[in-house]
Design a protein around this ligand. Structure first.
Ligand SMILES: Nc1ncnc2c1ncn2[C@@H]1O[C@H](COP(=O)(O)OP(=O)(O)O)[C@@H](O)[C@H]1O
Ligand SMILES: [Mg+2]
Length: 510
């Protein structure tokens, strides 16, 4: 151990089912650092911090704090030894005030009125750290930036000397980020060490005094202040250190040269969506998709990629601009009407958005097709025989592991649910498939299977819009890649121009 190591996570591994979220991680934070924990989505940042905070227990490894081995079993243990965490998603109770939330957080069931002394303490802390907020307004009335201040004060009130901020800037505007930066400096002056999780390099460069880069569950490097540079960090975030190992761990597909359709299957023309707290919206985006190509959209989550995927099947979401399918405007068309033009969609969250939880495989495969003539008897009643037959075709074509089409879809594994959802898109003639993160969390053979289905469609002259966070995957299977950052289209690259460094840099706003 180095003299001033404060937090030392040693040889930490953690699996979720088949996914190895953390693989033999060594992570060290020194006293007084603002330590950046940097990595793409899914790199394992939150998992590592949730372990340190006691929310998850590691499969292997140990945590040493101030030179002593710890046995953190829950957040109650970690708070006792001075660890505080502000999560990606607000955990405040909307109907309580800031003061009520903070006291609730520190005293649990002992919460009783009156609270005037505690209230004073809380306000004092908030002023001391430059984190003022209205103390007596209900949380639901407050903006994301204010809520975050309250969460930080809650951690400090609980006695945190290590403050973990999990992607604190996601919903902050620039001025709020600058305010947060000021507070970070105050933390250090007052002896609070910070772990600052982000996937934005600009923020690391402005805020951090040391950085650990995670990539796919592994530590790529611990970078000291003197070596912090944009180029160095981008390389660590996106480029492989060990080419041989990685190549064998990536799915393989064969992408033969084929001719593109003469006219575009889809034209996206000057589309805009006004942003809000949760999304930057879309800022005047235009591009075409041709039959015979897979067009990737590369974006770090939260940069407008969800809007791009959704607005194509739901054009009334647009605030301005227009989308054409086969040169026909889809303005004012509902999703079902867009589907009727040969477009289909697989959403980002396969469980929450992709399926009817209570439904059978058959019912789920019918979703989105239920108004097609093929599945209607006398134009009104669902033809369940026909639905069953379509479901059986999907099960066969897409290798869905199930005894039959009547099984509740929730009983399938994630990979089989994804295959069923993808198969659903192929039930009717398909010209354009919009698919968002279809492979997240799946094992390599399933990823390969899904990729091959996309390529098959492309080879038959169909078009695919493949919205994905994983740049490696996009580079394997796409003919072109469009880069989206902060709701803006930063460029479109042909396969011959694919350059991981360049695209990676654009993805993070470089
Ligand atoms: N509770 C969970 N159950 C299953 N898988 C999880 C869970 N939490 C994280 N994962 C998986 O572990 C990996 C790392 O996730 P996470 O730590 O959230 O990444 P990051 O915070 O860097 O974006 C991802 O593949 C994610 O899907
Ligand atoms: Mg995270």
């Amino acid at each position: 151990m180095v003299e001033n190591d404060y937090i030392n996570c040693k040889n930490i591994s953690k699996k979720f089912g088949e996914v190895k979220a953390l693989d033999d991680i060594n992570f060290v934070v020194r006293k007084g650092e603002i330590h950046g924990l940097l990595g793409e989505n899914g790199a394992g940042k939150s998992t590592l911090m949730n372990i340190l905070y006691g929310l998850y227990s590691p499969d292997e490894g140990e945590i040493i704090i101030g030179g002593e081995k710890t046995n953190i079993k829950s957040p109650l243990d970690s708070i006792k030894i001075g660890i505080g965490m502000v999560h990606q998603v607000s955990t405040l109770v909307p109907d309580f005030t800031a003061v009520e939330n903070i006291i609730l957080g520190s005293e649990g069931e002992k919460f009783t009125l009156p609270i005037s002394r505690e209230r004073e303490d809380i306000i004092k802390i908030s002023e001391e750290f430059g984190l003022q907020f209205p103390a007596d307004v209900k949380i639901k009335e407050l903006s994301a930036g204010v809520k975050q201040k309250i969460e930080i004060v809650r951690a400090l009130y609980g006695g945190a000397t290590l403050l973990i901020l999990d992607e604190p800037t996601t919903s902050l505007v620039e001025s709020e980020f600058q305010q947060l930066l000021k507070s970070l400096k105050v933390f250090v002056d007052k002896g609070v060490t910070v772990v600052f999780i982000t996937h934005k390099i600009k923020e690391v460069m402005e805020a951090c005094t040391a950085v650990t880069v995670l990539r796919k569950g592994k530590v790529q490097a611990r970078v000291p202040k003197e070596e912090l540079g944009v180029e160095n960090l981008v390389k660590l975030m996106f480029m492989e250190q060990d080419i041989e190992v990685t190549e064998s761990a990536l799915p393989k597909v064969n992408l033969p040269e084929i001719e593109l359709s003469e006219k575009p299957v889809a034209q996206v023309k000057n589309i805009s969506i006004i942003g809000d707290d949760t999304s930057p919206g879309l800022k005047n985006i235009s591009f075409d998709i041709f039959g015979g190509e897979i067009l990737g959209v590369a974006a770090v989550s939260g940069n407008g990629e969800k809007s791009i995927a959704e607005c194509i099947i739901h054009p009334t979401m647009l605030d301005s601009g227009e989308i054409f399918i086969d040169e026909k405007s889809m303005k004012n068309n509902s999703p079902v009407e867009v589907f009727a033009n040969g477009v289909f969609y697989t959403p980002e969250d396969r469980i929450k958005e992709g399926i009817l939880n209570e439904g059978s495989i058959k019912e789920n495969i019918l979703l989105g097709h239920h108004q097609e003539d093929r599945f209607l008897k006398k134009k009104i009643f669902i033809d369940w025989k026909e639905a069953a037959s379509a479901a059986r075709d999907v099960i066969k074509e897409f290798n869905v592991a199930t005894p039959d089409e009547d099984l509740s879809i929730r009983r399938l594994s994630g990979g089989n649910i994804q295959k069923a959802i993808l198969g659903r898109a192929f039930v009717s003639p398909l010209k354009l498939l919009v698919t968002h993160n279809p492979t997240s969390g799946l094992d390599i053979s399933t990823v390969e299977f899904i990729f091959n289905k996309l390529v098959e469609l492309r080879n038959k002259g169909g078009a695919v819009l493949f919205v994905n966070e994983d740049l490696d995957e996009l580079m394997i299977v796409c003919d072109r890649i469009a880069v989206l950052h902060d709701g803006e289209l930063k460029g479109i690259f042909k396969r011959s121009e694919f350059d991981k460094f360049k695209i990676g840099l654009l993805m993070i706003g470089g």
